[in-house]
Design a protein around this ligand. Structure first.
Ligand code: SF4
Length: 360
C-alpha cells in the first residue's frame, strides 16, 4: 500500500498526539476497554469516496486490534447513507481514533468530490483540471492523490518536479528568453520547461527559446484585444496546439483588486466571443472555460454552448462567503449549479451584469 510510508505514519502520529493528548477521558470514563463492538462509516452526502486506506491505517496505528474493511473503493461515487467502511474491535479505541481517521477521510473525499465537479464541468471541452502546490505541509501526497481520484491531474508535485517559469522569474532574469535558457541550463533534460507569458511578444520569445508548453492566455485590460491575434497565431504556427484562456480571479488577498487586472466581464467578453468564433473557423482547439476563474454561467459568451456543461449541484457549504449572488440569481434555473460572482469582483464592478437564465 503506497500510503503506508514513514511520512504518512509521522503525520498520523502527529494527528493522534494532537487530538488524544494525555488520554480520551470521556471514553475512558464511560467504556470498558475490553468491550468489543462493530461500527460503520456512512457517507453524509453524495460524494466521491477517497481515503479508505488512510482511515484503516489511522485505526490500526492507534490500536492494531481494530479490523477495518473498506467497502467502497477510492474514486467511486457514493450517495447519502452508503456504508463505506466497517470496523470491528475494541469500542473504546474505535471511539478515540474515530475523529482523526474521519478527518483524513473527509478531507480527501472533499477534495475528490470538488475535483470531480470541476472535471464534469470541463468534460465537454476536453479541458484537463490540474492541481497546484497550494497544499498544507505534510498533506501534499494525500491531496494530490485525492485530486486524481476525482478525475483531475497532478501538475508539479514539488518545485523539483518540473520547471515552471512565471512572471517573477522572467522579471528576475530580464527576459523570457533568458529565463528559459537559464532553466534549460540548470534543469535535467528530462524536466519539462513550462512558461507563463502575458503578451504575444513574450510567447514568440518563449518559443524561440525552446519552451515546450505555453500555459495560458489570461485576459486583462492590457491584452484582451489581442485574444483574436493569439488565436490567429496559434492557427498559423501551432495548429495542433491547445489554446487556453482564463481570467484573473480575485480569489485571495494576494490578487490586487484592480480594474486593470480584473476588467468588467462585459468589456472582455466581446473580444473572447470574437476569438472563439475565429478559433472555430480556423480549427483551433480551445480549452479554458474554467468556472474556477469566476465567470458566472449567465456571462459565458457565444458561441460557447453552456448547455453542454454537465454541471453537478454545488456541494453544501462550498463557496460560502467567497461568492455573492444578485437578485437575478433567485429567478435563475442554474442557481443550484452556479456559484455566482466572486466577492472581489462584485466589490469592483457590482452585480448588475448578471441575468437570470430560464430554460423553457
Ligand atoms: S443569474 Fe446568478 S445563478 Fe444564474 S447564471 Fe447568473 S450568476 Fe449564476
Amino acid at each position: 500500500m503506497w500510503f503506508d510510508t514513514p511520512a504518512l505514519r509521522t503525520l498520523i502520529d502527529l494527528a493522534l498526539a494532537e487530538d488524544v493528548g494525555t488520554g480520551d477521558h470521556a471514553t475512558e470514563a464511560t467504556l470498558d476497554p475490553t468491550r468489543l463492538g462493530h461500527a460503520a462509516v456512512r457517507a453524509k452526502s453524495d460524494s466521491i469516496m477517497c481515503g479508505g486506506a488512510v482511515f484503516v491505517l489511522v485505526m490500526q496505528r492507534f490500536d492494531p486490534r481494530i479490523v477495518a474493511r473498506v467497502i467502497v473503493a477510492d474514486g467511486q461515487r457514493v450517495t447519502h447513507g452508503t456504508v463505506v467502511i466497517e470496523l470491528d474491535g475494541p469500542l473504546a479505541s474505535i471511539l478515540t481514533a474515530e475523529r482523526i481517521a474521519l478527518n483524513f477521510l473527509q478531507r480527501m473525499s472533499g477534495i475528490a468530490t470538488a475535483t470531480r465537479a470541476y472535471v464534469d464541468a470541463a468534460a465537454p471541452h476536453k479541458a484537463r483540471i490540474a492541481d497546484t502546490r497550494k497544499t498544507l505541509p505534510g498533506y501534499r501526497a494525500l491531496d494530490k492523490y485525492a485530486v486524481r481520484m476525482g478525475g483531475g491531474h497532478n501538475h508539479r508535485t514539488a518545485l523539483d518536479a518540473g520547471i515552471l517559469v512565471k512572471e517573477n522569474h522572467t522579471m528576475a532574469a530580464g527576459s523570457v528568453a533568458n529565463a528559459v535558457q537559464r532553466a534549460r541550463n540548470v534543469g535535467s533534460h528530462l524536466l519539462r520547461v513550462e512558461v507563463e507569458v502575458e503578451t504575444l511578444a513574450d510567447l514568440e520569445e518563449a518559443l524561440q527559446a525552446g519552451a515546450e508548453v505555453v500555459l495560458n492566455f489570461v485576459l486583462c485590460e492590457a491584452n484582451m484585444h489581442e485574444f483574436g491575434d493569439f488565436i490567429r497565431l496559434v492557427a498559423a504556427r501551432w495548429p495542433k496546439a491547445l489554446a487556453n484562456y482564463s481570467f484573473v480571479a480575485p480569489s485571495t488577498d494576494l490578487v490586487p483588486k484592480e480594474k486593470r487586472l480584473i476588467p468588467r466581464y462585459s468589456d472582455m467578453l466581446p473580444f473572447l466571443s470574437d476569438g472563439l468564433r475565429l478559433a472555430d473557423a480556423l480549427h483551433v482547439r480551445v480549452v479554458g472555460f474554467e468556472s474556477m476563474c469566476g465567470l458566472p454561467l449567465c456571462l459565458i459568451p457565444e458561441p460557447f454552448d453552456r448547455n453542454q456543461l454537465q454541471l453537478t449541484a454545488i456541494p453544501e457549504g462550498m463557496g460560502a462567503g467567497e461568492f455573492v449572488r444578485a437578485e437575478a440569481c433567485g429567478q435563475c434555473d442554474y442557481r443550484d449549479r452556479c456559484y455566482g460572482l466572486r466577492q472581489g469582483y462584485a466589490e469592483l464592478h457590482g452585480t448588475s451584469e448578471l441575468q437570470a437564465i430560464r430554460q423553457v
